[in-house]
Ligand binder design. Sequence first.
Ligand SMILES: *[C@@H]1O[C@H](CO)[C@@H](O)[C@H](O)[C@H]1NC(C)=O
Length: 267
Amino acid sequence: MNKSILVLAILICTAMAAGIKTPDTRKYKFIFFTEECFDTFFVQKDFANVSCIKFTLSKALGTGIVVFSTILKVPQIIKIVKNKSVEGLSFPALISETFLYFFTVSYNLFKQNSFSLYGENVFIIFQNIVIMALFYVYGKNFSIAKLFTTYILFGVVVGPLLLQIAPTKLYDFAMIINIVLFFFGRAPQIYSNFKNKSTGQLAAITVLLNLSGCVARTFTVLTEAPDFFVLLNNFEAVILNGTIFAQLLIYWKNTPARAHHSAKKNQ
Ligand SMILES: *[C@@H]1O[C@H](CO)[C@@H](O)[C@H](O)[C@H]1NC(C)=O
């Protein structure tokens, strides 16, 4: 039963990704090369054209991020299903994170950016929607009404933005909300790390993925379609995720599991 939900979610994700047409006006060959750069590399045999190298690298990196994002939250989903519990996860945090991704997708559609520049947001939304459903399945005192109210809230708030029928000004405003949402999403973590002089249960791999992800995204956006609001959001992500990464390094010895481990080694 659970497995079939996962498979279904993945199928819907794929179908949705395929359905989003790329309004990018550049013509591509073999996904990663613009026609001009393909010509530069393989007809003129010029492999030292810096702008083509940068652009092709960016396209490959962006596509890599999008492909990787399709399984980003699968370990989390498997963990919930295995333990039959959503303990430790915050539903409001999940809602606010999902709004952020929805706003980013809406804005990128509005700006007609290519899917490889923001597609991970679409896939993470789907995985979050599955996790929300798991709150209903495994959460205590979590009613179906709460789940549907949440889904309907997304539809009402985000629907007009996604369908591109919202007033133009709202798209910039959505990105400003994102900056605020992201700040309040990360700040409590930074504060509690600082207060405890420890990063606690935070997984190093997640921190590293978050940081490298937003650094790579900043590079692809700068290279392919520099945009004020998208860059502002990315710079904020680099600074806040970078701070958490720095805390991870600074407080490395204070984290219980690792301290225990190194104490053993010293014996
Ligand atoms: C690099 O390739 C692009 C696309 O073919 C071309 O427009 C540009 O002039 C080339 N730059 C150099 C320095 O050769």
